[in-house]
Design a binder for this molecule. Structure first.
Ligand code: 13P
Length: 259
């Protein structure tokens, strides 16, 4: 069955890599996916490597086959905000996307839904595509609160966005219990939440929801991506550990976009 939405895979490198290591990995990924036509690919290096990687991935000033994403941003454009990075600064170094509301930001850095909303809207104003992450903890899943939790995160993150803005976002469903644990959600578990997300967006923006790309993240590997991508509402992957090796990430992108 032909996909209605273009597959999209983003490697989230988290806190890994010198500039040299990041350049080598990005170059290998680019070379490995350059011939693939039916898929969008991005990598998200650390802040310190963004500029170098973005420059490397542009070919003669023209965007290449692999886009660059940041892993976070602030919502203000400038001012007395020590340590913060503005969305326009990310655009300035060549980023096209920014991951926002990752569960590691929520859990380790105290990020709340309201902040995810402010960051996402600021990213949109700067011309970036926000990849907005939602996901429940194991305790929430065990308590039967998965969909309620997703709904609260989604409604918080998307508050006050226009339909035109909703059309430019990507959502990533990342169950916290599946991140870095080797225990991925089953395709059925992923599909249930992805369908819920699309339905929820459809209530606000019926014309946008069918086009919205919803990525799955959490122990995605080359050998489980095909089954996940076979689900109707799974449009790609946000990949941690398996994106740190070019060989496994390229294989994953090929497997995931083959069906
Ligand atoms: P893993 O693929 O290492 O489980 O990480 C998932 C993730 O958090 C991607 O953002």
């Amino acid at each position: 069955m032909a996909r209605t939405r273009r597959a999209f895979f983003c490697g989230n490198w988290k806190l890994n890599g010198t500039i040299a290591e990041s350049l080598a990995l990005a170059t290998d990924v680019r070379n490995g996916v350059a011939s693939l036509r039916e898929v969008d690919v991005a990598v998200a290096p650390s802040f310190t490597a963004l500029h170098a990687v973005a420059k490397r991935l542009q070919q003669d000033g023209v965007d290449g086959p692999v886009m660059v994403a940041a892993q976070d941003c602030f919502w203000e454009e400038k001012g007395a905000f020590t340590g913060a990075v503005a969305p326009s600064q990310l655009a300035d170094v060549g980023c096209k996307l920014v991951i926002l509301g990752h569960s590691e930001r929520r859990q380790l850095f105290g990020e709340l839904d309201a902040a995810v909303n402010l960051k996402s809207r600021a990213a949109l104003r700067a011309g970036l595509t926000p990849i907005i992450c939602v996901g429940e903890t194991l305790a929430e899943r065990d308590a039967g609160e998965t969909l309620g939790r997703i709904q609260a995160q989604l409604d918080g993150a998307l508050a006050d966005m226009t339909d035109a803005e909703l059309e430019r976002i990507v959502i990533a469903y990342e169950p916290v219990w599946a991140i870095g644990t080797g225990r991925n959600a089953t395709p059925g578990q992923a599909q249930e939440v992805h369908r819920f997300i699309r339905t929820r967006v459809a209530m606000r923006a019926p014309a946008v929801a069918p086009k919205l790309r919803i990525l799955y993240g959490g122990s995605v590997k080359p050998d489980n991506i095909r089954a996940l991508m076979a689900e109707e509402d799974v449009d790609g992957g946000l990949v941690g550990g398996a994106s740190l090796s070019a060989e496994s990430f390229i294989r994953l992108v090929k497997e995931g976009s083959a069906s």
